[in-house]
Design a protein around this ligand. Structure first.
Ligand code: NI
Length: 158
């Protein structure tokens, strides 16, 4: 969890070798009703993360829907300096949540499910998810991004 994960070989992505792994990660994410999951969280020290915000989760949490997907070797950089502070939790830090400032808008660069290079700008809660998951691949958890730990508290998510 605290180590920087290794790059995935694009040839392995193109050959479809990672498909079973991606399916497993999406299944695990669903099982915990998460909106993202990164390799290091499932003892896989690779720069990979999956994401999805299903309709029922989007409604319950008041966040935008997001189709299921995966990125490899992804990095982000802020677009502008504006930040938004919002509530976050993490499957690897169970039962806790806290307020985390994140860049409102970021540019993501990485590889998609076919190993093709992707560059995209995202904002709002989608940008938050991507920042949280890419942080995992660099050995960070959201607690590292909290300037004020007094907002850390127990969540009641059963
Ligand atoms: Ni997390």
């Amino acid at each position: 969890m605290r180590e920087k994960a290794a790059d995935v070989n694009p040839k392995d992505i193109k050959a479809g070798k990672l498909r079973p792994l991606i399916d497993d990660m999406i299944e695990t994410m669903h099982a915990y009703e998460g909106v993202g999951l990164a390799g290091p969280q499932v003892h896989l020290p690779l720069r990979i993360f999956v994401f999805e915000v299903e309709e029922k989760v989007a409604k319950r949490r008041g966040i935008p829907k997001l189709g299921a997907g995966v990125f490899f070797n992804a990095t982000y950089e802020p677009v502008g300096r504006e930040t938004i502070t919002d509530w976050e939790g993490c499957l690897s830090v169970p039962f806790l949540g806290g307020e985390v400032p994140r860049f409102k808008k970021v540019r993501l660069r990485g590889l998609d499910h076919e190993g093709a290079a992707v560059e995209m700008e995202v904002d709002g809660f989608t940008a938050r998810i991507f920042q949280h998951e890419i942080d995992h691949t660099e050995g960070h958890v959201y607690l590292d991004r909290m300037p004020d730990l007094t907002t850390l508290g127990y969540t009641i998510v059963l």
